[in-house]
Design a protein around this ligand. Structure first.
Ligand code: FE2
Length: 283
């Protein structure tokens, strides 16, 4: 199998991977090429795929062990590795209209946040329900030297509980149990994160889960986080993915943040996500 990578942005941020059928086992050389590609590009788009749950999980495992999400209400009953983002629910999962309608990096509130996420679309509305992605390497590179100096060696506090309680989803969101809360204590991560394999530097804060800067007064800390988020989400750094049924998008959580857009919820929308475990962010 020889893969080809077609650019989807004017930068190297997003590529479409062609000539691959994810319902079949992927050979070792192709896995190596995809691992290299995710470091190089941050987002890999596979279109026109037809895969079942086992195939989604098998493909994802090529890139590491899979994460089981804290909010068990969204996990497919027979496939806890898959979180169902389905506005009608699926096999008894709790319906969710749009879980990520704010800029975030998946599960950055854990000490070892996931390396990547693989989201597969099964049903999409005619418009909206896009996923926006921000290139956090480009965002870091474009900071001025004063800001780069200011955030060097600085750590941010990340947490889930505050964000989860704000989301509400019109009363659809379950509350977190004491046991679930215990799984997600606050953690700190470097604001400038280095990819261990390539040495590239990415900005690593997000609107959703970054609560502030360690050791900085609250107002100053909030202003800095807001400034960095506003910087990173400028159109120059953002790719808008308009979903088609059969798209699978694999993104690098070390290098991007993302945000879901609104849509008319009278249409069904159903997506499946697997999440690849990651390592401790380093500065
Ligand atoms: Fe997300």
């Amino acid at each position: 199998m020889t893969l080809s990578f077609k650019p989807m942005t004017t930068t190297r941020f997003v590529v479409e991977v062609e000539d691959i059928d994810l319902s079949k086992p992927v050979d070792g050389a192709s896995v190596a090429a995809l691992r290299k590609a995710i470091n190089e590009h941050s987002i890999l788009v596979f279109r026109g795929q037809t895969i079942d749950n086992d195939q989604h999980i098998a493909f994802s495992r090529n890139f590491g062990d899979l994460e089981i999400h804290t909010v068990k209400q969204y996990l497919l009953p027979d496939y806890p590795e898959i979180i169902a983002l389905a506005n009608r629910g699926e096999n008894g999962t709790t319906p969710i209209d749009n879980g990520g309608a704010y800029w975030h990096t998946d599960i950055s509130y854990k000490a070892k946040p996931p390396m990547g996420s693989l989201l597969y679309s099964l049903e999409v509305p005619p418009e909206g329900g896009d996923t926006l992605f921000a290139d956090m390497y480009a965002a870091y590179d474009a900071l001025d030297d004063d800001m780069k100096d200011r955030i060097e060696g600085v750590r941010a506090v990340h947490g889930y509980a505050a964000r989860f309680s704000q989301m509400g989803e019109g009363g659809k969101r379950p509350t977190l149990s004491a046991e679930q809360l215990a799984e997600v204590p606050e953690v700190t991560h470097p604001v400038v994160r280095i990819n261990r394999e390539t040495g590239r530097r990415a900005l690593y804060v997000n609107e959703g889960f970054t609560q502030g800067i360690e050791g900085m007064p609250m107002v100053e800390s909030r202003t800095l986080v807001d400034t960095l988020n506003a910087h990173a989400t400028q159109p120059d750094f953002v790719y808008d993915h308009r979903w088609r049924v059969g798209d699978l998008v694999f993104w690098d959580n070390r290098a991007v943040m993302h945000c879901a857009t609104a849509y008319d919820t009278s249409y069904p929308r159903r997506m499946h996500r697997t999440t690849i475990q990651g390592d401790m962010p380093i500065a």
